[in-house]
Design a protein around this ligand. Sequence first.
Ligand code: PMP
Length: 448
Amino acid sequence: QKKQSLVERDRQNVWHHISPYSEKNPPMVVEEGKGSWITDHQGKRYLDGMSGLFCVNVGYGREELAQAAYEQIKKMAYVPMTQSHGPAIELAEKVNEMLGGDYVIFYSNSGSDANEVAFKMARQYHQQKGEGTRYKVISRYRAYHGSSAGALSATGQALRKYKYEPLTSGFLHVAPPDNYRKPEGMSIEDYNIARARELEETIIWEQKETIAAVIMEPLITGGGVLVPDPVYVEKVQEVCNRHGVLLIIDEVICGFGRTGKAFGHQHFNIKPDMVTMAKGLTSAYLPLSITAVRKDIYEKFKDGKENSHFRHVNTFGGNPAACALALKNIEIMEKENLFNRSAEAGNRLLNGLDDLRNLDFVGDIRGLGLIIGIEIVEDKLTKKPASPECVGGLIAACKANGLIIGKNGDTVAGHNNILTLSPPLSSTDDDFDFIINVLKKVFHEKVN
Ligand code: PMP
């Protein structure tokens, strides 16, 4: 067996997430990483312009993180969350402080978990308040919220449609603002207000007494980097407040500096009822997620009645090593000023790529902090999304030049045409220059 190549053994034994599986371009077998660079098993190096999957915020190979997990495992490897431990308490305090106070922290293992927890809490909360069964959750088309039953039902992308229906009932979707494709002649502000108004109409028509929560990301990330006008987010909060609907903000990607602030929603004047987070919490070195819940909501579960307990057992949630590592990860981000770096570096990338806007197949370049989307179209006039072959060709050319980038959007309506950049926040100036130079080279070669 050893004689077979790793790629061949991988092909035979490992079922990968990607689809469709490509025999011509099989998954890379990655051996190690340092900073923003990863090395495959044949020694070829790539700059990871996606931080894995929008998550390795402090970069690869951080000894301090390995050390923090190692020390904690030696001391105490496991404590179920029916009890408690120092790292869980300290991390809860730290995250609460980063959110501006007033939250309690519920631990789980993944972004999907954190969202499931939020949906269950929101439903039970309304019952605790004596409001009866408010059970519906509204999210947006093009958003991704996870792969488990509820989180997949909240997801507004084509993948929820593939073969897994019927999904959980009670999940509704509204359209997000897509400022690049707004109606001709309408101002961005009016368009964003209209989108928030559609949400309110949905709540009214569905009857607010049936709606538990709205979930949204500060900006749609995986669905194609759709950055809203602030007026939209603020109106959504107003609408939720007006109808007694909880607002859950999914910070699984945007959290921990990705957008240039600790949390993406801090770009706007809102105070969410719940905030879910995962990926950047540990920079993906270990699995850990959080559902942060406003204290006044938590209090409603504390009336001492047996039936008021929130029931959600989670064996690995709040794992001590993961919490200790998360604390160290946040310490590194603060020490290295990575949230500000993300904002500055994002602008540097946008400026560096500005010339590419003139190319006819570049419809739009947009972003917030270190999440940037480049919308590839057939031509600027029609804005017709470019073909999968065209988008795939650009990604392959970047890879051949040592740069890994992503593709996002959604296959519904053929909008799977947004190249995505989300490098580690710790990337060096040389790394950013490398990204800009490769993209310029690849885009100009496509023209010639
Ligand atoms: N929410 C968002 C916004 C995400 O991008 C993701 C993962 N890509 C999730 C939730 C689910 O997280 P996980 O894969 O850890 O379950």
